[in-house]
Write a protein that binds this ligand. Sequence first.
Ligand code: ZN
Length: 182
Amino acid sequence: MAPNHRISRDQDLEQMQSLVDFTRARLGTEAQSPFGSSVVETETGRLVLRRLNAVRKENDPSSHAEVRTMRAACKRLKKPSLAGHTLYTTCEPCPMCMAMALWSGVDRVVFGATIADASKHCAQIYVSAKQLQQRSDMDCRVEGPVARASCVALFEDPRMVEAMSLWRKSRRMTSKQKPSKR
Ligand SMILES: [Zn+2]
């Protein structure tokens, strides 16, 4: 990224709105999730790719939207670095995703809803993306919330609220039904 290059708030809003549209379009499908993420070229705004959270679909607790997006983007770019790129995400990255963003060398992380917003709907880890960045050697700009209301609306969509309530129930049942090992 050129040192003096500045992304305007409007460009960030446009990128986030496009990501929200992508995420919202999948509500009511098997792939539905309020968590969507995209990797774009910082200078040109060109989209590399975007993904949704697929923890349940892939039975993988690390299949958060940001992890999946950064993994796929690195594979497509055929390098382990996302320098020169910006990570957009409908929700502030959790510590796992933010750590990966730092390791990937993205220039910027731009988020929509905050961890506090998401905590009203599902369990969260309360370390902010900015806190994690400040405790690292990496030079990554963390910006947000951007288009917060549109991102929060993804969590509040009735289809998502219902799905999340069922997931919470199934999680509780699974842990109750599991016999303890002796
Ligand atoms: Zn995460």
